[in-house]
Design a protein around this ligand. Structure first.
Ligand code: OSB
Ligand code: MG
Length: 373
């Protein structure tokens, strides 16, 4: 399979409601879609899971555009225009970091390769599940606890199987207690701090100790990405399983985090770890040593969601993912929508890694285009 053209399309797709986390608020998804094309015109698309500013992890959209244009795409093509999905990571390996753009380029090549072979990603990965159990990640609402309870009620009515709420110092115990009081013991509830707590702050440690009494399914990334020791110490004194997101940047960090007791559960995001190849490696190791994993999300459009949902079909994904329906994010997705059916999202069985963006909707939300190489 030979790549004939590569490009970057930047979009700004509005979210149905602002998504506030401890690191900031997103109202639109300002992201890149990377496309590749072969000489016959067969396309491949990949979504670059960044935020506009480097607030979640070091990647951000402007940097991703630059590194793709100046470094990643030239290095990919310098290895020869004939390339397959599994070969991409090796060609990009000498570049440090920039995991989300690497993952996007890899996904685009996978998508093209699978389209040419008339094969879907799930079949290629050996996924036998037809549907993946799905949760929903709920931001910190403008209206505080009352609005959160109302939003969560709406998502539970839609059928989501578990709820993850974003917390930060000052918005943690009260919302968790209100949700438990309102929805009772049946609610599968977890929290995500996005690294907002400090292991040096006694008040923060007090809140985490109180949260530990709330019967949460897990607590995600209370401390900074590099604080493996602090997470291990917290795990030692908690009943609540510790899940790491930002800390898990590749397979070796996953190995270290699990081995040192910093992490009971791994959140796998294809973008954060640098691509599908790396995500699969993390999955395989966790499956082998019995560490539960689940599929995280970055508010992806259907282009990124296709990859996530296929990945989440693998056997190590034993907890519901942030693989919500398109309608949870967008009035209208760029692709055909992913829908919630009885708390699950169907694994796509059409050719490619993900559905293609609709040309008219793509044109409507495009803010910039670039040809590369
Ligand atoms: O920490 O999991 C996170 C979105 C953007 C950046 C970081 C995170 C998130 C989410 C959303 O929680 C998950 C989703 O895509 O539904
Ligand atoms: Mg997270």
């Amino acid at each position: 399979m030979a790549i004939d053209a590569v490009g970057i399309t930047r979009i700004a797709l509005p979210l149905v409601r602002p998504f506030r986390t401890s690191f900031g608020t997103q109202t639109v998804r300002d992201v890149l879609l990377v496309w590749v094309r072969d000489a016959d015109g067969t396309p491949g698309w990949g979504e670059c899971a960044t935020t506009s500013a480097p607030l979640y992890d070091p990647d951000f959209t402007d940097a991703a555009s630059l590194v793709l244009h100046d470094h990643l795409v030239p290095a990919l093509l310098a290895g020869g225009t004939t390339v397959t999905g599994p070969q991409v990571a090796a060609r990009l390996a000498r570049f440090r970091g920039h995991h989300a753009p690497k993952a996007a380029l890899e996904a685009a090549v996978w998508d093209l390769q699978l389209r040419r072979a008339d094969r879907c990603l799930a079949d290629h990965l050996g996924v036998t599940r037809t549907h993946v159990p799905t949760g929903v990640s709920v931001g910190i609402p403008e209206g505080g606890v009352d609005e959160l309870v109302e939003q969560v009620g709406g998502y539970l009515d839609e059928g989501y199987l578990r709820v993850k709420v974003k917390i930060e110092p000052g918005f943690d115990l009260a919302p968790v207690r209100a949700l438990c009081d309102t929805f009772g013991a049946d609610l599968r509830l977890q929290v995500d701090a996005n690294a907002a707590y400090s292991p040096e702050d006694p008040e923060h440690l007090g809140v985490l100790a109180d949260l530990d009494e709330c019967g949460l399914v897990q607590i995600e990334q209370p401390f900074g990405a590099d604080r493996l020791r602090a997470h291990a110490d917290l795990a030692d004194r908690s009943h609540t399983p510790i899940c790491l997101d930002e800390s898990i940047t590749d397979r070796w960090r996953a190995v270290d985090a699990v081995a040192t007791g910093a992490c009971d559960i791994v959140n796998i995001k294809v973008g954060r770890v640098g691509g599908l190849t790396e995500a699969l490696a993390i999955h395989d190791r966790c499956l082998a040593d019995g560490t539960p994993v689940w599929c995280g999300g970055m508010l992806e459009t259907g282009v990124g969601r296709g990859v996530n949902v296929a990945l989440a079909g693998l056997p190590g994904f034993v907890l519901p993912g942030d693989t919500s329906a398109s309608s949870r994010y967008f009035t209208e997705d760029l692709t055909e929508p992913f829908e919630l059916e009885d708390g699950h999202v169907a694994v796509r069985r059409e050719a490619g890694a993900s559905p293609l963006p609709d040309p008219d909707r793509l044109a409507a939300w495009t803010t910039a285009t670039r040809r590369v190489g």
